[in-house]
Design a binder for this molecule. Structure first.
Ligand SMILES: [Fe+2]
Ligand SMILES: [Fe+2]
Length: 224
């Protein structure tokens, strides 16, 4: 087991906290401390996340094969996620880190369960869940870009986080053009609550830390 750092590094005031406004609760300091303690695990998990994000985009293109607007939006997104995967892999290789399988946290599976089964609700939910995962990745990468002691890792996360915010926007636009703003926003709010539920609790052991492992600030008034 690795010890957690006693205190977070002082925040850099030039870096505003980045959070897509749809996220219902920010990431906790406890998650960040665990991430700082195990950047190696986070890198390996991050590589898996980038590959999964490409896979999700491809899966949606296969599920709706005649949807040209979807293919035009998601094909470049999938390619970009694979570029991110290769970037992370390059850094891992230089550090002698193998792409070993890691048990995933329950986050993705619990969000997938929230996707309704019948169309067109299934499409709306699948896009919004993919978008929320991008939004959380963006928020956590912004924290890493600010707080990790290792300058190469800070630079990596700083380079990638804008893309993840843009990917949230791509999924949002796909929803808005098909379902309208009101329906999209209402369902996104519901799913954002489930997203926070999926991150409840905290790990006792930083050896289990992942990009999407538990750790959010409790919303005001929430019971623990
Ligand atoms: Fe990515
Ligand atoms: Fe992404």
């Amino acid at each position: 087991m690795h010890a957690l750092p006693q205190a977070l590094p002082s925040p850099n005031p030039s870096l505003a906290p980045a959070r897509i406004r749809w996220l219902e609760a920010p990431t906790s300091d406890h998650w960040l401390q665990q991430a700082i303690a195990r950047p190696d695990l986070l890198l390996i998990d991050h590589a898996h996340c980038e590959r999964k994000a490409a896979g999700v985009a491809l899966q949606l293109m296969f599920r709706y094969p005649g949807d040209e607007a979807l293919a035009e939006a998601l094909s470049p997104l999938a390619r970009e996620e694979l570029e991110h995967f290769e970037l992370v892999r390059g850094l891992m290789r230089r550090r002698g880190l193998a792409l070993k399988p890691l048990p995933a946290p329950g986050y993705g599976a619990s969000l997938t369960k929230a996707v309704r089964r019948d169309e067109p609700a299934r499409m709306l939910d699948a896009f919004l869940v993919a978008g929320l995962i991008e939004a959380r990745s963006h928020e956590r990468m912004a924290l890493l870009a600010e707080h990790l002691p290792d300058p190469d890792l800070r630079a990596l996360y700083g380079d990638l986080l804008a893309s993840e915010a843009r990917h949230f926007g791509i999924y949002w636009v796909l929803c808005e053009t098909r379902f309208g703003r009101e329906t999209t926003a209402a369902r996104l709010e519901e799913l954002a609550e489930q997203e926070v539920q999926a991150l409840q609790g905290s790990l006792s052991d930083c050896d289990q830390v992942r990009m999407h492992s538990p750790g959010v600030v409790q919303p005001v008034g929430a019971s623990t």
